[in-house]
Ligand binder design. Sequence first.
Ligand SMILES: *[C@@H]1O[C@H](CO)[C@@H](O)[C@H](O)[C@H]1NC(C)=O
Ligand SMILES: *[C@@H]1O[C@H](CO)[C@@H](O)[C@H](O)[C@H]1NC(C)=O
Ligand SMILES: *[C@@H]1O[C@H](CO)[C@@H](O)[C@H](O)[C@H]1NC(C)=O
Ligand SMILES: *[C@@H]1O[C@H](CO)[C@@H](O)[C@H](O)[C@H]1NC(C)=O
Ligand SMILES: *[C@@H]1O[C@H](CO)[C@@H](O)[C@H](O)[C@H]1NC(C)=O
Ligand SMILES: *[C@@H]1O[C@H](CO)[C@@H](O)[C@H](O)[C@H]1NC(C)=O
Ligand SMILES: *[C@@H]1O[C@H](CO)[C@@H](O)[C@H](O)[C@H]1NC(C)=O
Ligand SMILES: *[C@@H]1O[C@H](CO)[C@@H](O)[C@H](O)[C@H]1NC(C)=O
Ligand SMILES: *[C@@H]1O[C@H](CO)[C@@H](O)[C@H](O)[C@H]1NC(C)=O
Ligand SMILES: *[C@@H]1O[C@H](CO)[C@@H](O)[C@H](O)[C@H]1NC(C)=O
Ligand SMILES: *[C@@H]1O[C@H](CO)[C@@H](O)[C@H](O)[C@H]1NC(C)=O
Ligand SMILES: *[C@@H]1O[C@H](CO)[C@@H](O)[C@H](O)[C@H]1NC(C)=O
Length: 654
Amino acid sequence: MHLKLLYCTVLSLIYGLALGSPAISDSSALADLLESSDKFNDHSVVQAFVEELKAISHSSRNISKCDQCVARLAVGKSLALLRPDLVPPVFTQWCTETQYMSNSTCLSTFSRNTVKSSYTGTNFADMLTLMDPFGYDGQLYCCYKESACSKPKTPDVSLSHKWPAKQTKHKVAPVPSANDTFNVLHLSDFHIELDYTIGAEANCSASMCCTPHSKNTFANLTSHSHKDWNSYYDSHYEGNSLVKGSLIDVFKNDSIWSPATTFGHYECDAPEILINSSLDSIANFSSTNNIDFEFAIFTGDAVDHDELSLTSYEVTVNSEEAVFRDIKNKLGDVPVYSVLGNHDTFPYGELGQENHGFSNYFAWNAELMADLWEDYGWLGSDESQYARKHYTGFSVETSMGLKVISLNSNVWYKKNHYAYWNASQPDTFGQLDFLIDELVESESKDQRVWIIAHIPFSADALPLPAKLFAEVIERFSPYTIANIFFGHTHLDQFEILYSGPGGDAKTIENVVASSWISQAVTPWVENNPSWRYYSVDKKTFSIMNAYNYYTKLNETFTNNGSAPVWEFEYSSREGYNVTWPESAPLNATYWHKVASMVNESVEYNQVYENYAKRFSPYVPDCASTDDCALDYCYLTSFTVDQYDSCVENVKNNK
Ligand SMILES: *[C@@H]1O[C@H](CO)[C@@H](O)[C@H](O)[C@H]1NC(C)=O
Ligand SMILES: *[C@@H]1O[C@H](CO)[C@@H](O)[C@H](O)[C@H]1NC(C)=O
Ligand SMILES: *[C@@H]1O[C@H](CO)[C@@H](O)[C@H](O)[C@H]1NC(C)=O
Ligand SMILES: *[C@@H]1O[C@H](CO)[C@@H](O)[C@H](O)[C@H]1NC(C)=O
Ligand SMILES: *[C@@H]1O[C@H](CO)[C@@H](O)[C@H](O)[C@H]1NC(C)=O
Ligand SMILES: *[C@@H]1O[C@H](CO)[C@@H](O)[C@H](O)[C@H]1NC(C)=O
Ligand SMILES: *[C@@H]1O[C@H](CO)[C@@H](O)[C@H](O)[C@H]1NC(C)=O
Ligand SMILES: *[C@@H]1O[C@H](CO)[C@@H](O)[C@H](O)[C@H]1NC(C)=O
Ligand SMILES: *[C@@H]1O[C@H](CO)[C@@H](O)[C@H](O)[C@H]1NC(C)=O
Ligand SMILES: *[C@@H]1O[C@H](CO)[C@@H](O)[C@H](O)[C@H]1NC(C)=O
Ligand SMILES: *[C@@H]1O[C@H](CO)[C@@H](O)[C@H](O)[C@H]1NC(C)=O
Ligand SMILES: *[C@@H]1O[C@H](CO)[C@@H](O)[C@H](O)[C@H]1NC(C)=O
C-alpha cells in the first residue's frame, strides 16, 4: 500500500471518525509529506505534525482538554506507525513551544531515549504504536500521564477462571506454634546518591539537594543557616569501623545556605556512608544480641531521585551494583530476596512486556540482577534463570519450607508507558499468571507464601492491576498467603484489604489481608533512616512481631563526624496498645484494630505519624493541621479505586 493511502486510512480510522469531523484539514498534505519524507526533509514533516498538534487545541475548535489529549495520541499514533523516530522530536517541540509542561518535563517525557539521560520519548512512541487512543488506553493515559481526562471506569474483568474453588481447610489461617520463631530482616529504599557532595546545598529549591548541581534560590543568602554544623571529608567504613576523614569548613562558600554534612540530610538521598552505617548497625545488632537472620528481603529502589536529565544508564547500573555489593559485604551468608523498584530501571519507570517487541530494551537489567543475585548465593540457578527471563521475578522456597514470590511492580506502575496499551486486558505482562500458578501450586501442598514487591497498590499503581491483584489476594488468603511486603512510600505503613464490593465496608468481619510497607534508609524526604526485622513463627510463617530501628539523622549534623547512633524505635505489637492475644500473629485483624484507633483518636493518629516518619523533625502535627486527614484512607485501602473513593468521602464529609 502506498504510504499516503495507508496514512489517510489510519488517520480517518483513528482520528477523523472518532471526532465526528475530519479535524485535520490538511491530512492529505501531511500524507504527501510523509510519503516523500527522507532524512533531507524530515524537518518539514516534523514542522507539519507540530502544527497539527497545535491546531488541536486551537480555540476555534473548542475541544475539551481530555479530547485534545486523546486527539494528540491519535495523531501521534498515525505518525508512530510509519515514522516512530519522528514522534520524539514532534512531541518535544510541540510541548516546549506551547509550554504544555515545563521544558525539563517536556524533555524527559518526550525526548528520544539516550544513555545519558532518563528520557522516555522512544517508549512513548512504542506505546503509541500499540495503544487504542479512543478506548480505555487513551482515557487512562490522559488521566494519569497528563491529568487531562477524569479517571475512566475500571473494566469489570476477573481472573477467577484461573483457579479452583477454595477448599474449606483453606478458609482459615493455620495456628502458630507456641513461641518458636526465627528472624527475617526487611530493608528498603536505599536510594544511593552517588554524587552526594559534602558542602553542597542541603536545603535546595531546585534540582536534587546535596549534589554539585543543587540550587537554592529562596534562602536569605546573607547568612548561613546552621553555624554549628560540622563535616568530615572522605569518611568511610572499612569493614565494621568508621574511618573519620578530615574536618572541612563547609561554610566557606557564601552561596550555600545549608551545607551538606557527612551522613546525609532530610532533603537528600543517602550518601553511601549512610547505607554502610545502616548495614553496619544491623551487623552490630545481630552480633551483640545474638540474633541471626534466616534471610532478608529488600523491597527495592537502589537508585536516587536525581533529575531525569542527570540520571544516566551508567548511574543506574552503578547504583544497583553498589547497593547490592554493600548489602552482600555486610550481611555475609544471609540470603537476600530482592525486587526492583521504579527507580531500578532505565529509563526511569519503564518496563516492556515480554514478547511484544520492546522487552529487549530491558533485558540487560534482568540479566544483571539474575547474575548478581546468583553470584551472591541468594538465588539458585533455576530461580536466577527465571528472573533473567521474567522481569527479575522469581519464586524461591526457603530451607524452612516458606515460598517467597518476588514481583516487579513496574508492571502496574502508572508512569510505565508500556502499561497503557491493551490496558483493559488483564495481565499483558503475564505476571499475574505467574503469581496465580505459584499460589495454586502452593495451596495444593498446604504451603504458605510471602509476596514481595516494591509499589503498593493504593498509590502510584494503575487501577485495573490493583483490582486484579486484590482479587488474587482475597482468593488465596488467609491460608496460602501469609504476608505481603512493599516499600516505595519511604513511610512505615501498612494496608488492609477488606472484602465486599469496593472494599468499603471496613468492619472486622470483612478483613481479608494486610500488607507491610517498609520504612526507608534514604532520608528523602524528611524521614529518619530506618530498618526493621520480623519475628516469624516457624510453623506458619505468620509474623509475631516487628522491631523497628532508626537513627536521628539531625544528631549527625553536629556530632564531630562520629558514626550515627542507631536505636530501637518501637515494636509493632507493643507500639499501639492494642489488646491482642500473645499467641496470635500480627495479622490483618490486628492491623484493622490499629487502623480503627488511628481513625478514632488524634493521639493514635499522631503515634502512627511519628512511626511513619520515625520521629523526624518533620512529623506533622495531627491535632493542629489537616496533614493527617487521609491517613485512615491510606491504611484501609488496598486498591486505587478503594483509595480514591475513600478520599472522596472524606472530602464530601468536610
Ligand atoms: C465550547 O463548548 C462548550 C461545551 O461543549 C460550550 O458550553 C461552549 O459554549 C463552547 N464555546 C464556544 C466558544 O463555542
Ligand atoms: C523552553 O523552550 C522553548 C523552546 O525551545 C524556548 O523558547 C523557551 O525559552 C524555553 N523556556 C525556558 C523557561 O527555558
Ligand atoms: C530551608 O529553607 C527554607 C526557606 O528559606 C526555610 O524556611 C527552612 O527553614 C530551611 N530549612 C532548613 C532545614 O534549613
Ligand atoms: C536576611 O539576613 C539579614 C542578616 O542576617 C537580615 O538583616 C535580613 O533581615 C534578612 N532578610 C530577610 C528577608 O529575611
Ligand atoms: C561502604 O562499604 C563498602 C564495603 O562494604 C566499601 O567498599 C565502601 O568503600 C564503603 N563506602 C563508604 C563510603 O563507607
Ligand atoms: C559555591 O556554590 C555554588 C552553588 O551554589 C557553586 O556554583 C560554586 O561553584 C561554589 N563555589 C565554590 C568556590 O566552590
Ligand atoms: C553495637 O551495638 C551495641 C549495643 O547494641 C552498642 O552499645 C554499640 O555502640 C554498637 N557499636 C557500634 C560500633 O555501633
Ligand atoms: C490486545 O487486546 C486485543 C483485544 O482488545 C486482543 O485481541 C489482543 O490479543 C491483545 N494483545 C495482547 C498482546 O494481549
Ligand atoms: C499505652 O499504654 C501505656 C500504659 O497505659 C501508656 O503509658 C502509653 O502512653 C500508651 N501509648 C499510647 C500510644 O497511647
Ligand atoms: C513465649 O515465651 C515467653 C518468654 O519465654 C513467655 O513470656 C510467653 O508467655 C510465651 N508465649 C506463648 C504464647 O507461649
Ligand atoms: C487473626 O488472628 C486472630 C487471632 O488468632 C483471628 O481471630 C483472626 O481471624 C485472624 N484474622 C485473619 C484475617 O485471619
Ligand atoms: C533532632 O530532631 C528531633 C525531632 O524534631 C528533636 O527532638 C531533637 O532535639 C533534634 N536533635 C538535634 C541534635 O537537633
